[in-house]
Design a protein around this ligand. Structure first.
Ligand code: FAD
Length: 423
């Protein structure tokens, strides 16, 4: 659905290239966009008639197994990080699809398979190299430019171009994971069970709730092909000897598909890549939820039955556990008390279906939004206006606006969920 036509795309190979682009754009009043992995559904990696700072050639990684750190260039995708870190038995918590860019996902927050155990991606960020609007390059960390470091952790691409990230690597090797699926007519029962179970489960277990249509091919059994189902995609990163016991309550619910088994972490993180290749039409809407009420479950069940296309889906990612142990004002990510980041996603290859995708997504969102916490995870938002951006940062917005005024007073970096510089 993204139909933007930049004047030029600069394929940067290093920080000096990025500095040249920033200086050129600023001095010639040319709109700038920053493109990491190109996954932003609102098309915020591109800009009409402007210059795209494309980082996709900057994909170097260096793992330090002794310090347990992973240095990642700004254009890497998560599959690059998984590949390099797994060789040392380490992982950085990120999302659930390995083709997503490190840049956009990290700067927005980062939710995924390891959130309950190791926190959001930003909770594992130690340092960033940033090219600022004035063309200078600075390091942001807890020790240097601490305000900028605070803002980068959730504030998106508002403050500069990050050419390199330093992450903490966590000991993750073989995990026990995969999907369990149930027939859609059990939605109310399974969703009620899930909302109570996951918040009590050990933090080594993350499981996000899904509605999906079973893809018509292996490894899915033929009798389930193209069936709409509800389910949970699990990742257990604890002691493998205890995995069977951890999943006993799940098996008791007799799923129609029990696809959980041991596998290397990168295998789980790339398992859904083939279902979501480049070029699909995407329309999404999001919310944070502290509770999943009985009333909202009735609405979820109703809209799931109406999913318009095979790729269309709804996910509820748990963001409790380690993500709750960071304070609401410790990083720009304000919703530390929320238990789920929800996203409703209309997806299809055919551009002719774009209105159908949008109508279903917006209708579904309208019906569950009243039960939400108010704002949403900015990486699951389209271009939805300033009010929505402010609702997502709540009490942190003013501080972000002050930091924006210091580092980017003329709003050079505005193709993002934009934080307006404080006047
Ligand atoms: C298939 C799919 C699966 C997803 N799964 C997850 C998930 O599991 N968990 C999750 O948290 N999110 C997920 N997302 C959302 C994802 O976090 C956002 O779409 C994010 O914006 C993607 O980052 P990107 O670098 O690929 O995007 P791009 O389109 O390249 O960039 C988006 C924005 O990020 C900023 N940006 C990117 N790189 C940099 C940089 N180096 N320096 C400064 N700014 C930068 C820019 O402001 C730009 O506007 C998913 C998205 C898709 C399409």
């Amino acid at each position: 659905m993204i139909d933007k036509k930049p004047a030029a795309i600069a394929r940067c190979v290093d920080a000096a290239d990025v500095q040249t682009c920033v200086n050129y754009g600023r001095d010639n009043s040319i709109p700038l966009a920053i493109r990491g992995g190109g996954h932003n559904a609102g098309g915020l990696g591109l800009v009409d008639d402007g210059l795209v700072i494309d980082l996709s050639l900057m994909r170097g990684i260096r793992v330090d197994p002794e310090d347990r750190t992973v240095r990642v260039q700004g254009g890497c995708r998560w599959g690059d990080v998984d590949h390099a870190a797994h060789a040392y038995g380490l992982a950085v918590p990120a999302g659930i699809i390995s083709t997503t860019g490190v840049g956009g996902l990290t700067l927005g927050g980062g939710v995924g398979h390891l959130t309950r155990k190791y926190g959001l991606t930003i909770d594992n960020l130690l340092e960033a190299d940033v090219v600022l609007a004035d063309g200078s390059m600075v390091v942001a960390s807890a020790k240097e430019n601490a305000e900028l470091f605070w803002a980068l952790r959730g504030g998106g691409g508002n403050f500069g171009v990050v050419t390199s990230f330093l992450f903490r690597g966590n000991p993750v090797d073989t995990i026990f994971g995969g999907p369990t699926l149930w027939s859609l007519d059990r939605t109310e029962e399974i969703m009620k069970w899930y909302r109570d179970f996951i918040l009590q489960a050990p933090e080594e277990l993350t499981g996000f709730f899904v509605f999906l249509t079973v893809p018509p091919g292996p490894p899915f059994p033929e009798h389930l092909h193209l069936k709409k189902m509800c389910g949970v995609v699990w990742c257990y990163s604890g002691d493998m000897a205890e995995a069977e016991e951890i999943f006993a309550p799940v098996r008791e619910l007799e799923p129609d598909l029990y696809g959980v088994h041991d596998m290397p972490f990168p295998a789980l993180n790339s398992a859904f890549d083939p279902i979501y290749p480049p070029g699909l039409q995407w329309y999404w809407r999001a919310d944070f939820f502290t509770e999943i009420s009985d009333e909202s479950i009735v609405e979820h069940a109703r809209w799931a039955a109406e999913m318009p296309t095979m790729h269309t889906t709804m996910h509820l990612y748990p963001i409790d556990g380690a993500a709750h142990r960071v304070g609401a004002e410790d990083t720009a990510w304000s919703y530390r008390e929320a238990n789920w980041a929800g996203v409703i996603v209309g997806v299809d290859p055919d551009p002719a279906n774009k209105d159908i995708l949008r109508d279903w997504t917006v209708g579904y969102w309208d019906s569950v939004h009243p039960s939400s916490s108010g704002g949403a995870y900015i990486n699951f938002m389209m271009e939805e206006g300033q009010e929505r951006v402010q609702a997502s940062y709540r009490g942190n917005y003013d501080r972000l606006a002050e930091i924006k005024a210091k580092y980017d007073p003329n709003n050079l970096f505005k193709v993002n969920q934009n934080i307006l510089p404080k006047e």
